[in-house]
Design a protein around this ligand. Sequence first.
Ligand code: CP
Length: 304
Amino acid sequence: MGELRNLISMQDLDRKRIDQILSVAAEMEAVAVKRSRILESKIMATLFFEPSTRTRLSFESAMLRLGGSVLGFAEAGTSSAGGKGETLADTIRTVERYADVIVIRHPLDGSARVSAEFSSVPVINAGSGSEEHPTQALLDLYSIKKLKGKIDGLSISLCGDLKYGRTVHSLGMGLSLYDVTIKLAAPQALRMKPAIIDEMKKAGVNVVEVDNVEDAVKDVDVIYMTRIQKERFPDIREYDKVKGRFRLTSEHLPLMREDAVILHPLPRVDELDAEIDNTPHAKYFDQVYSGVILRMAILKMILT
Ligand code: CP
């Protein structure tokens, strides 16, 4: 296996590489507490053209825990790309001269791939349009393995906005490399794209589709809930038709397996009731911390 250079899409990773990343992440649990100086000479640039709390701050926390330095912007409007119309290519050609690795979130599908083509330093995709969010998928796989002790043999429900949700696209691709059953649970208008379902089936995954929360939560080990991505709808009237339609509440708890865990990439709006937070099923804030651990592993693998 060669070195990990860029991290753009889950499609670029095979199972051996994902298992390697999860294994390095497990080593990072102790390092995250003790701290390290292994990236002392390195600088990470975070270019966030879209809002973020978890992804940007966990990347920064990961870099700081490894002794590295960080710079960047959290809002496109404060950069020359947003304020003056500079191209993405010129932005990357500039930032590559300031940093050893570029972490980019951008509203356009393909933006991370294009950035990597213009960059002489490694590029990490922190969310590209509605297409992909690979580091989220890797931290989700890490969370599942940490909570369940394995990934093979599990049944997992991906729920909510499967059309515009980039986390479920990347996670579906990653899970396809394991021996799992995937339940796709979404309102009809927000079904997973048929091309991605075909890829999952081609990979040998048993895929089941349902269109309601009751069926989504039954007979599975992991329930992965997602927000309806209001900002991605081309027509707000289409969003109004589906908003509030897919909500997980305490009424669904008796339908779930006793040891089922609920994950969510966050942020949430109304799709995951806060009254679930104090139940043993709720693992989404532990999942947030796995974001730091997993991103420490990625930065270590790319920069050393
Ligand atoms: N899960 C996730 O991408 O969260 P943020 O949008 O807060 O980064």
